[in-house]
Design a binder for this molecule. Structure first.
Ligand code: FAD
Ligand code: MG
Ligand code: MG
Ligand code: MG
Ligand code: MG
Length: 553
């Protein structure tokens, strides 16, 4: 099939081309989905479940709306309000979709099966292990916390990844206040107990710090007036600025707001050790410093789940943190396995690796040179296959391909703009520097789930060229195949507390302050997965406005 279709570029993507052994077999293919987070549920929502036999496996029988997890830590929003039972979501499909509440501990790509373990014993011998076979596997297992093997972190820090984590944090924050209110506690001891340290100045850490500060000034000072002066919130960030994935203006805004709020921001410090009452950090200029603390929340990056690590070893993807997929989200070197969300990343093919083939394809008259028309005829396909071309032209402020070529061959050199292979190579030689990886966010995970579901829904129409978008050899109307996945960034919020937020919107738009917080409320209300959770979240917000947060543990 590879020879009939497109470029060499697709040579590695042909696994699904394998012709089916028997055409008449009406049996539906088995699709197994691992994980019910952002990626998994978005895939399931859009999948046409009548075409497949679908099995879903996850140790949690709900979907959690993670962007509101920081709000759960201080009781602004209740945990129950941000979760949606997975069985309710599946019921809406009105199709037979099976759900197993279990953890997958091994993916066997050779036998095309996954091995799972349920917390409840299901077998006669009392263990809960079972095996599920698949024809297509969708891996959407997300990521786990990453301590970078820093001593003491696992034992002494809180994390903010799952719903249970947020609930634990909430209980412990209140515990700290109650502990500090007990008699016979020295001032020094109070200061220590009420020192809240957040390690990691990314969006999650910053939002948690802001929530905690609001909780403190809006609710706790009233009910713990005796100890309010002992409270301190510190953020430790290894980089030069907090929120460094955002626009600089947002980072500066957040830092100055935190300074006014009395939240200490220690930038340029790396935490090297956490004991049960001291955090040790290191900076280039100051060396090692240890500070006493009462509660530490670690939010400094994401790591690989053991089952993914094991699978990567199995298929030879070693020395990686996440599964490598091609641009159609299929795991490289695997048959029928796809990976979406935080557990995977796309390896974008370089245009320079395919440059000779592209040249040959474009050179319809075999003249050994390309005219502008010949280039223009294939340009759209090139841009679909290699998004870096468009990105490059955008960053260099080029309007069209002509500029790119002029740049390479020199303006005056050729009026007619005919290029040979060397000049063509030259023109595109810097383009691959614009290859960008997509971030580990809910937005990406959801878009990937949606995209993959569309591919699965159209899979039968695409048997011929399942993964090749180029129409260089066919005519436009023959193109049934899928375009590679393309991420569309819709913007990003950073709630900063005190009813203020910052947002980065498409087109280099930056917005900060109180009105942005209202935008945040409306966006996050509208993004809820069901009317039920939307109502719960909005009524939690309203309750908080009127009565404040609930401070019982
Ligand atoms: P997850 O959503 O983590 O889902 C993984 C799923 O796999 C879960 O259902 C889990 O139970 C299941 N699972 C785990 N292990 C197994 C196993 N062994 N077998 C079977 N199933 C398993 N992103 C944004 O875009 N905007 C935000 O504002 C934002 N805020 C965030 C705030 C917090 C506190 C956190 C933690 C994350 C935030 N994110 C945000 C990031 C976002 O949550 C992730 O990028 C997103 O959840 C990734 O989706 P996923 O489906 O890959 O993984
Ligand atoms: Mg998922
Ligand atoms: Mg999730
Ligand atoms: Mg994932
Ligand atoms: Mg030619």
């Amino acid at each position: 099939a590879a020879s009939s279709g497109g470029l060499v570029a697709y040579a590695d993507s042909g696994a699904d081309n394998a012709s089916e052994p028997s055409q008449e077999a009406p049996k539906k293919k088995k699709v197994v989905v691992l994980g019910t987070g952002w990626a998994g549920t978005s895939f399931l929502k859009d999948l046409d479940c009548s075409k497949y036999e679908v099995k879903v496996i996850s140790p949690r029988n709900y979907f959690a709306f993670t962007p509101l997890l920081p709000s759960v830590t201080c009781g602004t929003v209740e945990a129950r309000s941000i979760v949606e039972p997975i069985r309710r979501m599946l019921e809406k499909k009105k199709k037979d979709v099976t759900f197993y509440e279990a953890e997958c501990f091994k993916i066997d790509a050779l036998k095309k099966a996954v091995h799972c373990r349920s917390a409840v014993g299901t077998n006669l011998d009392g263990n809960g292990d079972f095996m599920v076979k698949y024809d297509y596997l969708v891996v959407a297992l997300g990521a786990t916390v990453n301590t970078f093997n820093t001593p003491g972190v696992m034992e002494n820090c809180y994390f903010l990844k799952e719903v249970e984590d947020a609930q634990k944090i909430r209980r412990n924050v209140i515990d700290c206040f109650e502990k500090a209110s007990l008699p016979n506690i020295s001032e020094e001891e109070k200061r220590k107990i009420l020192h809240f340290v957040i390690i990691g100045g990314g969006p999650t850490g910053v939002e948690f710090a802001a929530e905690l500060h609001d909780f403190l000034v809006e609710d706790l000072v009233k009910i713990y007036p005796a100890i309010q002066d002992f409270v301190k919130i510190t953020i430790i960030q290894s980089g030069d600025h907090i929120l460094n994935m955002f626009d600089q203006r947002i980072a500066a805004f957040a830092e100055s707001k935190f300074m006014r709020d009395g939240i200490e921001v220690n930038t340029g410090f790396r935490v090297v050790k956490v004991s049960d009452d001291l955090i040790t950090m290191k900076s280039k200029s100051l060396g090692e410093v240890s500070v006493p603390y009462g509660m530490a929340v670690w939010s400094a990056g994401i790591g690989t789940r053991p089952v993914i690590m094991d699978f990567m070893h199995q298929i030879g993807q070693t020395n990686r943190r996440v599964l490598a997929t091609n641009e159609w989200l299929r795991v490289r070197e695997c048959d029928g396995i796809y990976a979406i969300g935080d557990c995977s990343s796309i390896t974008q093919r370089k245009i320079m690796d395919d440059i000779s083939t592209i040249f040959k394809m474009a050179d319809k008259d075999n003249s050994g040179t390309l005219t502008l028309k010949e280039i223009n005829d294939v340009l759209e396909d090139i841009c679909i296959r290699y998004p870096q071309v468009e990105l490059y032209m955008k960053t260099m402020h080029m309007l069209d391909i002509r500029d790119l070529i002029k740049d390479a061959i020199g303006d005056s050199h050729k009026e007619s703009m005919v290029v040979d292979i060397e000049e063509f190579k030259n023109a595109l030689s810097h383009v691959d520097s614009q290859v960008k990886s997509v971030p580990a966010t809910a937005q990406v995970a959801a878009q990937q789930g949606h995209y993959l579901a569309e591919c699965f829904n159209k899979m039968d129409q695409c048997k011929e060229h399942p993964e090749g978008p180029l129409r260089m050899t066919g005519t436009g109307s023959e193109r049934h195949n899928f375009r590679p996945f393309r991420y569309k960034h819709l913007g990003q919020f950073a709630p900063l507390g005190g009813e203020q937020a910052a947002a980065e919107l498409p087109g280099d738009w930056v917005s900060m302050g109180h009105s942005t917080q209202w935008l945040w409320y409306s966006v996050y209300a509208s993004k809820q997965v069901s009317w039920r959770t939307r109502m719960l979240v909005v009524s939690d917000w309203t309750r908080r406005f009127i009565f404040g947060r609930d401070s019982s543990r």
